[in-house]
Design a protein around this ligand. Sequence first.
Ligand code: SAM
Length: 237
Amino acid sequence: MRVDIISIFPDYFSPLDLSLIGKARGTGLLDLSVHDLRTWTSDVHRTVDDSPYGGGPGMVMRPEPWAAAFSAVASPSSLLVVPSPVGKPFTQADAAALAAQEHLVFACGRYEGIDQRVLDSAPMPVREVSLGDYVLFGGEVAVIVIMEAITRLLPGVLGNADSLTEESHSDGLLEAPVYTKPASWDGLDVPEVLRSGDHGKIARWRREQSLLRTATRRPDLFEAYPPEKIGKLDRAA
Ligand code: SAM
């Protein structure tokens, strides 16, 4: 997968050299480049913003540098992803859809955001994506979050692909609690069933915990989960 990130703070993306994303880049599973938006300015001050039409506080990112940047790094088959608090809330399903794309271009807004015309007239599909109902300084951290969610779904990135199917949000439910050694710690024991070696019993326990956790912590997800799926999977477990 190819990814181009455009930002006025390219240094923000040094964490993408680390850990499994860094490894995916090293092995060629992920071809990621970060660009400084100011490369595509033409004045001596390398200006990217101006005051908002209609008045109000703050500055707005001018359209020209963005349009020039898109011409340089994108093609009509790219998908332009724009983090924004007015976008659709980002989900695991969105991560999977983005991970299936060949080329993503991320546009990191700052100030009061990007002049709307450059998104409305972009020569490629545009997806405005929100990380949640709060406001960040800029799109950089949002892009790092989205890149983490996408990269772990790319084939070959995770050693054990099973961890993807058993995870929270992979099937609309939250994952059951997890434990490791020691079996007894600080007066607290790992649930007996997990040490029983009975795989059927363990699967049933995990399933119950997953349903219980989802119902108590995220009633919104539980209500959206198809009731017929609950019965069917539980009979199978
Ligand atoms: N004036 C904008 C508004 O009220 O909708 C907020 C602009 S914010 C200060 C600057 C940039 O941060 C945005 O253009 C976007 O790139 C990013 N950003 C802020 N909050 C975000 C969120 N919840 N999800 C994704 N990106 C966000």
